[in-house]
Design a binder for this molecule. Sequence first.
Ligand code: PMP
Ligand code: GLN
Length: 384
Amino acid sequence: MRYPETKLPKVGTTIFTEMSQLAAEHGAINLSQGFPDFDGPLALLDRVTYYLENGANQYAPMIGVPSLRNAIAVKAERLYSCQVNVDTEVTVTSGATEALFAAISSVVTPGDEVIVFDPAYDSYEPAIELNGGKTVHLALQAPDFAIDWSQVATAMTDRTRMIVINSPHNPTGSVLSESDLDQLEALLKRTDILLLSDEVYEHICFDGEHQSMLRRPELAKRAFVVSSFGKTFHTTGWKVGYCIAPEPLTREFRKLHQYLTFCTVHPIQLALADFMNDFPEHYLELPAFYQQKRDLFCQLMAGSRFKFVPADGTYFQLMDYSGISEHSAKSDVEFARWLTSEVGVAAIPISVFYETAPEQKLVRFCFAKDDATLKRAAEKLCKI
Ligand code: PMP
Ligand code: GLN
């Protein structure tokens, strides 16, 4: 038997799986893969139990339950002054991951170019490549990891189908400003270039408001805006997300969605809708909740030999180990492995998110953890 050639020659097992496995093997504190070590709100868990026990255990509607699509639309209006049609512009998906894959697959055709910003979340490129697209990587520069819009202008060609934006940005924690949206808007005017806006950390944006593509009609009319309830409600294991896009894009998106998964887990959708209606303060208070964790982690790490600039968004903090002379010769992959096995704290190396990684010594820590976990981890990290 000769098995087929791989369709994804550049892909192995994701760094998140690899580092979480290594953390488990060594009993290390896992600040690598991004997930909280605490549960979502009790009232939300109770609603899931309620629906599990009250018959919501068959297929949900393909596009998502009406109450959840409605709660998503209410949020878009409240936060971004954007009116979305709940029937034709909102689709509930099985995590943001499914939404990203469906969005890319619904519009990228062989030979299309898609611009991504490195370090880029690792699910974009495989989806682009599987559809015959070409990924055009533009590298963001440390320490602020801001987008150089003149570089984007140069990279745009008549084959550019899509630009993938991710703000707040994983893994760097940078966020887009209003001026970034102005520049993006100016660049895209008079083009048919689409946007895929990965906004899964929309509610984890510090010192300023999240600049959603939904705020700008000129951008929203060409955008798939993707978000995830996993990040917002501390429930990454539920894998429920959504995509907001104008009707012509949503129509194509749903053609993919109905054959990728058909629909998303039913009782959880109903519970999320109730919870969002009853407790909107949860997502409104999320920035302050995570800012306290960021500040605590940064304060604890101030006594370490790592250098860092506090993240502007997400629940990730980059740390530079170039000043730790005994270890600075290690690549970030080697350093992250060493941290996990010898120090007992797992982190994510950044170079894996680049096409061509620059000479830098950065690892990412997830601070979505109980204060006690952060204290234990920082204690170990401060001893290096
Ligand atoms: N995009 C980014 C930038 C992420 O960090 C993640 C990680 N969780 C996802 C998408 C995927 O989200 P989900 O777990 O809802 O599929
Ligand atoms: N988004 C999470 C992170 O960046 C991981 C998601 C996953 O494990 N696929 O760590």
